[in-house]
Design a protein around this ligand. Structure first.
Ligand SMILES: CC(C)(COP(=O)(O)OP(=O)(O)OC[C@H]1O[C@@H](n2cnc3c(N)ncnc32)[C@H](O)[C@@H]1OP(=O)(O)O)[C@@H](O)C(=O)NCCC(=O)NCCS
Length: 148
């Protein structure tokens, strides 16, 4: 498995993973296409590709000066707990560092226990809570990782 920047041919596969992992607010193929075309200058998209060339995960990151926002990481459901999310997170951290970020922030639903464990074991710490952050009223937990 390798992690690389997403290209135009990856749009449909990423869009499928978006629907699978985030059915409530998936990024559409059109939106992803704009981002991959470089028309959202702060947005970076990484994909994890298995040995057969199949996209098995992706990460969406936005870097603005010293702050990187990890919009999301997703691994294909049947491929979870094999280190793919961790590889995407490592690559996202490296990318953020290379672009000058000093801190990575993200929001995660408080009921997304698996993701909270995932980020916790990677060293993220809770810095805030945003009540009713999500459309269905769920609370968002703001997590941060200091890069310096
Ligand atoms: C969160 C997510 C990206 C993790 O991806 P993954 O490929 O399974 O992650 P990894 O295999 O690299 O897991 C690394 C470690 O994180 C922790 N972890 C990951 N998923 C976990 C879960 N469901 N429950 C508890 N711990 C978990 C474990 O410590 C794991 O190590 P281990 O398998 O040796 O115990 C994946 O579950 C996912 O796509 N979820 C749906 C989308 C989502 O909620 N994304 C995060 C919010 S933006």
């Amino acid at each position: 498995m390798t992690v690389r920047s997403a290209g135009p041919d990856d749009v449909d596969a990423i869009a499928d993973l978006e629907v699978e992992a985030f059915p409530e607010d998936a990024w559409t193929p059109e939106y992803l296409q704009v981002a991959i075309d470089g028309k959202m200058p702060t947005v970076r998209i990484l994909v994890a590709v298995d040995d057969a060339g199949t996209i098995v995960g992706h990460a969406l990151l936005s870097v603005v000066y010293e702050i990187a926002e990890l919009q999301r990481i997703a691994t294909a459901t049947e491929q979870r707990r094999r280190g793919i999310g961790g590889a995407l997170l490592d690559a996202s951290i490296e990318l953020a560092r290379n672009e000058g970020a000093e801190r990575i922030l993200l929001e995660v639903r408080e009921d997304n226990v698996g993701a909270i464990r995932f980020y916790d074991q990677a060293g993220f710490v809770e810095i805030d809570r945003r009540e009713r952050y999500y459309r269905d009223g769920a609370t968002g937990i703001v997590l941060a990782l200091e890069l310096s």
